[in-house]
Design a protein around this ligand. Structure first.
Ligand SMILES: [Zn+2]
Length: 109
């Protein structure tokens, strides 16, 4: 076995190792996607139940949309997402979780 053969064998075993690693990651991603689909299905069910209950007591679609917009804007961005927030202990303003200091008063949060 010459140097070229040793190099080729190394490349083959390395690509087999990477291939196995990629398959493992693909399986894990598939499991994660399945779990997220289950969570989405559950959240859809809860949302449907809440919408039907709200309709029964007189809330309509426009009231629901206004509330969604109000909650969406709590993190300062109308982006259709609910970002986790925290409240400044000093000035009581709402901040995104990524902030270490309050944007308004400078307190450590
Ligand atoms: Zn503050």
């Amino acid at each position: 076995m010459d140097v070229f053969d040793i190099f080729q064998n190394f490349r083959i075993s390395e690509s087999e190792r990477l291939s196995g690693e990629a398959k493992g990651k693909a399986v894990n991603n598939e499991i994660d996607i399945r779990a997220m689909r289950d969570q989405i299905d559950h959240l859809s069910l809860v949302s449907k139940a809440m919408c039907e209950l709200l309709a029964e007591i007189g809330f309509d679609q426009s009231m629901l949309e206004a509330k969604i917009r109000e909650i969406d804007l709590r993190d300062g961005k109308l982006d259709g997402k609910l970002e986790q927030t925290k409240t400044c202990q000093d000035c009581s303003r709402v901040l995104a979780m990524r902030h270490v200091r309050c944007l308004y008063c400078g307190a450590t949060v």
